[in-house]
Design a protein around this ligand. Structure first.
Ligand SMILES: *Cc1c(COP(=O)(O)O)cnc(C)c1O
Length: 226
């Protein structure tokens, strides 16, 4: 018999509690962002019924298609965690409560122009490998100033996605570096850590962990249809 979402949520919760305890932190300092890309709206509804409230999505169009089925989830929060194309910024501001992946002044200005209050985080690129997305650490002061000049945007933190590695000890130094940058720039939120390395991220100070596979199982290969 396959494992149910409820059982996987228990396992993830146990891992979070263990890491929080080891780090001398409290459970309420860590928000579990359930990453639902490629899964249908029904998976979000089921997770909501089991108590999850914060969801992460990577593709604006995919989420726009699921969104009508989610209108009953009154206090759900949706975070955009993918690469945001400039022609999708307006739709993104309508669908999401927070954009975790702002990495340029141009993107910040476009989000601001949509005219809706929006929480944003800056995606930081800490390694030349991996995705092209993310601002370099030395770009942070300028980008922070630009975001703070946007009246509709509220800058709350930093986000990163290290080059994928199965060994959490390989990604830990990236988490430590992001935490250091957040301290230097006095930003309270840190979105880092995924299914396989959430413990290391929590130990290094994550306030938001983005977990997909450990909650929902392997993602469907073809994009999910309603
Ligand atoms: C898909 C994704 C995740 C979740 O990854 P899992 O390994 O399935 O937990 C987290 N963050 C980002 C940015 C993602 O794209």
């Amino acid at each position: 018999m396959s494992t149910s979402l409820a059982e996987r949520m228990d396992q993830v919760e146990h891992r979070i509690q263990t890491a929080v305890g080891r780090a001398g932190r409290t459970r309420d300092q860590v928000t579990l962002v359930a990453v639902t890309k490629k899964f249908p709206a029904a998976a979000i509804c089921e997770a909501y019924s089991l108590g999850l409230r914060v969801f992460g999505e990577n593709y604006v169009q995919e989420f726009a298609e699921k969104h009508p089925a989610l209108s009953g989830l009154a206090d759900a929060q949706f975070h955009f965690i993918g690469h945001l194309q400039s022609n999708k910024t307006r739709l993104a501001t309508e669908l999401f409560h927070a954009i975790e992946t702002v990495d340029s002044e141009k993107l910040a200005r476009r989000l601001n122009e949509a005219g809706k209050p929006l929480e944003v985080m800056i995606e930081v690129k800490l390694s030349p490998e991996g995705t092209k997305a993310g601002a370099a650490p030395e770009e942070l002061p300028g980008l922070m100033d630009a975001i703070r000049a946007c009246p509709n945007l509220k800058l709350t933190g930093l986000m990163t996605m290290p080059p994928w590695n199965p060994d959490p000890e390989t990604t830990r130094p990236f988490f430590r570096r992001l935490a250091e940058l957040a301290r230097i720039h006095q930003l309270p939120k840190l979105s880092m850590g995924m299914s396989h390395d959430l413990e290391a991220a929590i130990e290094e100070g994550a306030t938001h962990i983005r977990v997909g596979t450990a909650l929902f199982g392997p993602r469907p290969k073809a994009s999910a249809q309603e």
